[in-house]
Design a binder for this molecule. Structure first.
Ligand code: GEK
Length: 244
């Protein structure tokens, strides 16, 4: 990796730490940032690929909501065995979408992948057998999350699956502090300094609002999913599956 690809955004002291944005500066270092910041990210992406082999149904759409650079879309594209599927990768950041399109263009596959700039809150999803929200719901305003989950459940065909990965807020302060400390140790072990960790936390706290696990399960149940369970946890990072 060249030093240009390394996430150094918060490495020098900033007099004012602005709210985090998915802009061109973040796009440049995103693969390094997410791998060094999110425990289990590679495992989750790989498992999304495996799940697409099992759950993608013939003649349906597959949505990757908040696709960033398209890691989940690419994993699904390599693994889907169902015929005549269409992957739709959506992100509202222009910079992310432009780079995602380049990544998608770089790989050949039989399943088409449409990359589009848009707001997942207004996307008219339909005829879907798999929908991925990989660390995206936490950036949606809390009051809009149930409506989005309802739209997702309505868009899925019977037997369709949602993969929902999120950072989780633990209600118990002792457990919360421990999980936060373990996550910070993970970041330190991956080369982030205490200054970088502190400045990133300040930048993200207004834009990323984690829910409790019980809130996620209640929302999924209310949206009409018949089955919902976490399949992955590392520290305060979870991934859930919900099946209609
Ligand atoms: C991955 N899923 O690598 N509409 C569309 N996109 C949105 C919206 C919205 N309303 N709000 C936020 N985003 C990816 C990682 S990152 C998570 C997802 C992270 C987009 C935002 O622009 C960003 O690209 C993405 O959601 C969240 O598997 O960086 O922690």
């Amino acid at each position: 990796m060249s030093s240009q690809d390394k996430d150094l955004i918060y490495s020098s002291p900033q007099s004012v730490v602005n709210d985090f944005r998915f802009d061109a500066q973040v796009v440049e270092v995103f693969p390094d940032m997410i791998k060094r910041s999110v425990p289990g990210y590679s495992t989750i992406i790989e498992t999304i690929g495996q799940l697409s082999a099992r759950y993608a149904q013939d003649n349906t759409n597959i949505y990757d909501l908040g696709c960033s650079l398209g890691a989940a879309s690419l994993a699904m594209r390599q693994n889907i065995v169902a015929e005549n599927c269409n992957i739709i990768a959506i992100d509202n950041s222009k910079d992310m979408v432009e780079r995602c399109q380049m990544h998608v263009n770089a790989f050949k596959a039989t399943t088409p992948c449409e990359v589009k700039q848009g707001d997942i809150l207004t996307e008219n999803m339909q005829n879907a057998s798999m929908i991925v929200l990989n660390f995206t719901l936490q950036f949606i305003a809390p009051e809009q999350r149930q409506t989005l989950l309802n739209n997702i459940a309505n868009a899925l065909v019977p037997g369709g699956i949602l993969v929902l990965s999120e950072k989780i807020y633990d209600h118990d302060p002792v457990c919360r502090d421990l999980l936060n400390d373990l996550h910070h140790n993970f970041k330190r072990a991956n080369g982030y300094s205490d200054l970088e960790i502190a400045q990133k936390r300040a930048a993200i706290e207004n834009v990323m609002k984690p829910d409790e696990l019980s809130t996620h399960i209640e929302r999924l149940t209310q949206a009409g999913f018949n089955h919902a369970t976490p399949w992955f946890q590392c520290f305060n990072f979870f991934s859930l599956i919900a099946i209609k």
